[in-house]
Design a protein around this ligand. Sequence first.
Ligand code: SF4
Ligand code: SF4
Length: 338
Amino acid sequence: MIDFPKLEQAYRNHGFYALQLEVGDVCHQGCIYCYMNALDVPVNSLSDARIHEILQDAGRLGITAVEWLGGEPLLRDSIFEHMAFAEEMGFRNNMWTGGLPLGDDEILCKTARYTRKGFISIHCSSVDPDIYARLHPGRPAGDLDIILAGVGKLLERGYPAGQMLNSVTFTGLQPLEDMIATIGHFEREFGIKTSLNVYHTYLRPDQNREDLKRFIPPAGEVKRLYERYSTHWGMEEYPMNCVNKQYCSATLAVLCDGSVTPCATIREKEAPNLHSGKSLLQIARENRDHLIFAGFRDRGNLPESCRTCRLADICFGCRSRAFAAGRGIYGKDPGCFR
Ligand code: SF4
Ligand code: SF4
């Protein structure tokens, strides 16, 4: 799913491997913990012409993979035109859908076609209907069935399970046992691996910090979950980064308001913006050190506990969790239990 030699090369060259591109902010899946407060009414500001320019600049930046993000990226009418163009440019298309649009057969087939060199990630944090309902208040009970049926159809039609992921978010609203059971369900029933996010967006717009504390899972449970997760990926110990520190460093994000940030979950208010008249290429070159966390190339700049950590070659903690906790992007990851 990741071209590790290219990722390593991008990291070594202080370059970029992946572009996270938010092509819309609308989503109907209603996840209670959504980090961007996905909306029912669109306020997305990236025109089709702008997305075209962004992809061209991504080519100039040597990017390998486009991570199509939303809201729900499959709700954008022009999404497949952009994915076709990205494919022509030689990018891997990685689709991060909630899964509901896969209930439409035409969307499902086109998604499979344009991600043939990349992957499809769906989002299903629980397969228990009661827990799913708790995590998606106000949504119809049939949503979970639509998502699971979409996964089944993709596999029936020959889409490889090895090119699919289930992206989950572990929050304090869900029992640890259920999260572990969900990982097992996708592994056993579909042969699909899980991509784990431990809740880390304490600074959601319009939400009181105290209210958000209930989303933060206890450290002891995170530790036990990581034990299962490491086994799931055949690793002795999985780093605290969503892939590893190399991916975290070599990724940049264009948010749907035009902001350019180091990661889509780092929603900086003062970030450089494409609507200022600068291109992605200019912004990436002028802000490269910030976007790749260049300060961490020197081990002495790492948070104290990371400097001597046995995982430091592949991990420097999730920068978004540090940012969201008010510690800045170079702060210690508050979600690290090591
Ligand atoms: S900041 Fe966190 S979520 Fe973003 S790429 Fe890095 S590890 Fe992943
Ligand atoms: S101490 Fe630092 S390097 Fe080690 S696991 Fe935690 S965040 Fe990663």
